[in-house]
Design a protein around this ligand. Structure first.
Ligand code: GLU
Length: 266
């Protein structure tokens, strides 16, 4: 039984890239699930949730109910965060973006990760951070990796060694939100019994910290299959601002789901 999921954020209309991801997930599985990644209430909108359902149905996709909404999962995220804190692998970080940039400039060098320079660990050994002071919670990845020992994940049948330091000390919970991306994704994939994570290859590096979190929390390990990205004529990823390639605009201009598949070479 292969269980996959499509996990869009309802912060804009779905475009061709999403269609490719959703069709790939649906066609790779026995059970296809949907998850609405609406953790960021400030950016998520119900009208986009409705548009996701409408667009996926138009493409001819159907999913097993219930749809999981991250905005309803705060308690589960908080419980996992508390467990990680008990294990001694988290710390409070009060650095602003500006302070992080200044610290990196002062050090004169920084290790780089997939999204730019890594957090230099300024707050890693602070003992006194009053909880009322605005802060994020970070994972001490070196300490976490020492607990789990070396790890691997499976990408399209190939064994990949986990590099836990890839993103540095990732943020587990943001100032205003109960969880950040990596923590929410691993908890939700386990909760939904996802056995195969299909998603764009831009998220392949994210699998390293996610596998570490799974191991720390004793969650089952899904297999991974990252797929090619659908790029625009300039070789760039589509963004939420490319209205011409939204599924809604294509539909309004008379395109059929078969046309969409043809455009995606599927
Ligand atoms: N919500 C993420 C996105 O829209 C996908 C998360 C994932 O597949 O792990 O890019």
């Amino acid at each position: 039984m292969i269980v996959t999921r499509f996990a869009p954020s309802p912060t804009g209309l779905l475009h061709l890239g999403h269609a490719f991801a959703a069709i790939t997930a649906a066609e790779s599985s026995d059970d296809f699930l949907l998850r609405i990644e609406d953790l960021d209430a400030g950016r998520s909108r119900d009208e986009f949730v409705e548009a996701i359902y409408r667009d996926l149905k138009w493409l001819g996709l159907s999913w097993d109910e219930p749809v999981l909404r991250q905005s309803r999962r705060s308690e589960a995220y908080a419980a996992a965060l508390a467990r990680l804190t008990e294990m001694g692998v988290t710390y409070r970080c009060v650095c602003s973006r500006k302070e992080i940039a200044e610290e990196i400039a002062r050090a004169g060098e920084a290790q780089h990760g997939p999204e730019g320079p890594l957090y230099p660990g300024t707050c890693r050994h602070l003992t006194e951070v009053p909880p009322e002071k605005p802060h994020v919670i970070r994972l001490n990845v070196a300490k976490a990796a020492a607990l789990t020992g070396s790890l691997t994940f499976t990408e399209q049948g190939m064994i990949v060694a986990v590099d836990p330091l890839r993103f540095g000390d990732i943020v587990l919970a943001r100032k205003d939100l109960p969880a950040a991306y990596h923590l929410a994704v691993v908890l939700d994939d386990a909760f939904q019994n996802v056995t195969l994570v299909t998603r764009g290859e831009d998220l392949l590096p994210a699998t390293h910290p996610q596998r570490l979190l799974q191991a720390l929390l004793g969650l089952p390990e899904p297999a991974y299959a990252h797929h090619r990205l659908v790029l625009d004529e300039n070789g760039k990823k589509f963004s939420k601002r490319d209205h011409a390639v939204t599924l809604a605009a294509l539909r309004d201009s008379g395109a059929t789901p078969a046309d969409v598949r043809a455009m995606l070479e599927m």
